[in-house]
Write a protein that binds this ligand. Structure first.
Ligand SMILES: Cc1cc2nc3c(=O)[nH]c(=O)nc-3n(C[C@H](O)[C@H](O)[C@H](O)COP(=O)(O)O)c2cc1C
Length: 362
């Protein structure tokens, strides 16, 4: 059988990937009290392959970083210890495992904050209460002198991730969370050095990149962006300029990879193509380029074949198909994902019980 482009090797810095099918970060809300649980070892190792890249779900950098139930953290010793067997389980299968480090910013409520305080952000404008069915609490605008403290939380989280055994970290700059809030001009209304023009709005993300790369080495750091999406009301008037500026700035830090989400997952009804091309970004960024967002097998093959991206991340398909690389290799039928179990707290149902190919009735 001829090898498909998705199943060809790729060298990502010092990592020799055996194929190009990536597990992107997927929040699964099963980390009770913000502690990753033993069932996560089963879940991730099910999806690990020798030389395959996995990125762990969004993981909080501090006690102000959460906005959803039972998401994991990596700011305490207990959390670091809890991650270790999960990372080991992935490594036993030869997988390469990165941790996505995350702060939700204003996408939170008093309930998730220490002492019921207001969530923090670059702004005091809140997410519209009721969006996605949640009564989002109004945020508190960070003072200029507090910003280095948050940057330091990312630095320490990266150090902790390495201590837990992860091969590297992905800085979560996507999907409307804190870093995205700073970058996008329809949210950031600051008048200090962290707001206003493009350079100022990108200062916070790039200071995080600087701190994290200094802490653990740029050969272990990737970043995720969603410049063309407006999740959680984060619009920008010029996403092309914003993303190109970020890609070029990330080059100066020698970042290992750039992981960009195309906004096609927000389609309604029949499939829509993304109105934006990632090609200029891909051409601007010097490291490994990962594309995500609504890809199917044929589209991923085409994207790799046309050098549109080095790697393709498959979210919902990988969630529902623990052996996705094998299924793509064989062009086998895929399990369908069940949206209603994405975020339930069950340690098995909708999590580790999606069948492998050989478990299916023939
Ligand atoms: C259940 C679920 C949880 C997600 N959690 C995260 C997350 O923690 N961090 C993140 O950057 N993206 C997250 N995403 C977005 C996915 O990583 C991915 O970009 C998205 O699903 C689009 O890819 P797909 O069309 O292949 O599913 C999540 C998506 C889903 C469906």
């Amino acid at each position: 059988m001829a090898t498909i482009p998705l199943l060809t090797p790729h060298k990502m810095g010092k990592f020799n990937l055996s194929h190009r099918i990536v597990l992107p970060p997927l929040t699964r809300n099963r980390s009770f009290n913000n502690i990753p649980q033993p069932h996560a070892a089963v879940y991730y190792s099910q999806r690990a392959t020798d030389g395959g890249l996995l990125i762990a779900e969004a993981t909080g950098v501090s006690d102000t970083a959460q906005g959803y139930p039972s998401t994991p953290g990596i700011w305490t010793k207990e959390q670091v210890e809890a991650w270790k067997p999960i990372v080991d389980a992935v490594h036993e299968k030869g997988g390469i495992f990165f941790c996505q480090i995350w702060h939700v910013g204003r996408v939170s409520t008093y309930d998730y904050q220490p002492n019921g305080q207001a969530p923090i952000s670059c702004t005091d404008k809140g997410v519209t209460p009721g969006l996605d069915g949640v009564d989002w609490s109004p945020p508190r605008r960070l003072k200029t002198e507090e910003i280095p403290l948050i940057i330091n939380d990312f630095r320490l989280a990266a150090r902790n991730a390495i201590e837990a055994g992860f091969d590297g970290v992905e800085i979560h700059g996507a999907n409307g969370y804190l870093i995205d809030q700073f970058m996008k001009d329809q949210v950031n209304d600051r008048t200090d050095d962290y707001g206003g023009n493009l350079q100022n709005r990108c200062r916070f993300p790039l200071e995080i990149v600087k701190a994290v790369t200094e802490e653990i080495g740029s050969d272990k750091v990737g970043m995720r962006l969603s410049p063309f999406a407006n999740y959680m009301e984060t619009d920008d008037s010029n996403p092309e300029a914003l993303s190109l500026y970020m890609a070029e700035s990330l080059n100066t830090y020698g970042l290992l990879y750039l992981h960009v989400i195309e906004p096609r997952m927000v389609r309604i009804g029949d499939r829509l193509e993304s109105p934006y091309s990632l090609r200029p970004l891909r051409n601007a960024f010097k490291g490994t380029f990962i594309a995500a967002g609504g890809y199917r097998r044929d589209e991923g093959n085409k994207a790799v074949d046309e050098n549109y991206a080095d790697l393709i991340a498959y979210g919902r398909l990988f969630l529902a198909n623990p052996d996705l690389p094998k299924r793509f290799e064989l062009d086998a039928p895929l399990n369908k994902y069940n949206r209603s179990t994405f975020y339930i707290p069950d340690p098995v149902v909708g999590y580790t019980d999606y069948p492998f190919l050989e478990q299916l009735p023939s």
